[in-house]
Design a protein around this ligand. Structure first.
Ligand SMILES: NC(=O)c1ccc[n+]([C@@H]2O[C@H](COP(=O)([O-])OP(=O)(O)OC[C@H]3O[C@@H](n4cnc5c(N)ncnc54)[C@H](OP(=O)(O)O)[C@@H]3O)[C@@H](O)[C@H]2O)c1
Length: 268
């Protein structure tokens, strides 16, 4: 029996990871702000699969979120860390609420690094473990009108591959999951379906399946879906400024869609 900790487990891809890992017999720790949603989900997973499920209500934008989560774990070892929680902003940079972007960096980057620092040493000491960091196909290129989101996801991809290389032969597999558009509440939060940029939607279940297969094979990163894989790999990288200007044309549909409120509310 192993224990998986999933951030952003109250919705979308994180909830799908919880369903799949519960069906595979793993104990779970679910982390997000929407405690009511996660408690109801946890109750169903305990009943249907006979596994242990803990729920930790935590705002990952708080600077001490990783330490609080470690305290709530009370010494329970975590074998699989899934840093999935995240949200995006889009629109002209000057129109995006600065506090919303600060929170985005805290959730999408700082909490992810903090939890990895907190939980990987235990995995290394036990000689086995896994980390899945949810990046995005947006990690592969500069994306005007998604300036902070795409840059954060580039960080997640590079960070994950660095650890993947460091932990070769040490029993800990690290994977960056880089999906294109996935049918979740992500687009409600970012404020527009146009943020999908015309891509074909994957389901959360297919994305989770791709991630778990790629982690087992220690692939380092995975881009689910053939079309999305091609987009990530065939797009030219250079000349960098020309690529950025072309990307600005591709993303111009979201230029006027910035969310002005500073916080994204939890679900319950
Ligand atoms: N959907 C897509 O098209 C797509 C594509 C590529 C990558 N991704 C990435 O996939 C990941 C999961 O997103 P999703 O598509 O499943 O969207 P989602 O349905 O909106 O789920 C986002 C999850 O993140 C959690 N979260 C957000 N802010 C948080 C905070 N301050 N503290 C704690 N938890 C927080 C949410 O929980 P609470 O609101 O309960 O806190 C929720 O469980 C994200 O990292 C996203 O960037 C999504």
């Amino acid at each position: 029996m192993t224990t998986a900790l999933i951030t952003g487990a109250s919705s979308g891809i994180g909830a799908a990871f919880a369903d799949r890992l519960a069906a595979d017999g793993h104990d779970l720790v679910l982390v997000a702000r929407s405690v009511g949603v996660m408690e109801a989900h946890a109750e169903r997973l305990r009943r249907e699969h006979g596994i242990a499920v803990d729920v930790i209500g935590q705002d990952l934008a708080e600077p001490d979120a990783p330490e609080r989560i470690v305290a709530a774990l009370g010494g329970k070892p975590v074998d699989l860390l899934i840093n999935n929680a995240g949200f995006g902003t889009c629109g002209r940079f000057e129109d995006v609420d600065a506090e919303r972007d600060r929170r985005q960096i805290m959730v999408n980057i700082a909490a992810l690094v903090g939890l990895t620092h907190a939980l990987v040493p235990g995995m290394l000491a036990r000689g086995r473990g896994g980390v899945i960091n949810v990046a995005s196909v947006a990690a592969f290129q500069t994306s005007p009108h998604f300036s902070v989101y795409s840059s954060a996801k580039t960080f997640v991809l590079n960070f994950s591959l660095a650890l993947w290389a460091e932990y070769q032969g040490r029993g800990v597999n690290v994977l960056a999951l880089c999906p294109g558009p996935v049918k979740t509440a992500f687009f409600d939060v970012i404020g527009t379906e146009e943020a999908a940029i015309g891509g074909k939607y994957e389901t959360p279940e297919r994305v989770v399946d791709s991630a778990l297969k790629a982690l087992a094979r220690n692939r380092g990163y995975v881009v689910p879906g053939r079309g999305t894989f091609a987009l990530a790999h065939l797009m030219p990288r250079r000349p960098r400024k020309l690529v950025a200007l072309i990307a600005k044309r591709v993303t111009r549909g979201v230029a006027g869609t910035a969310q002005r409120s500073e916080t994204v509310p939890a679900r319950s």
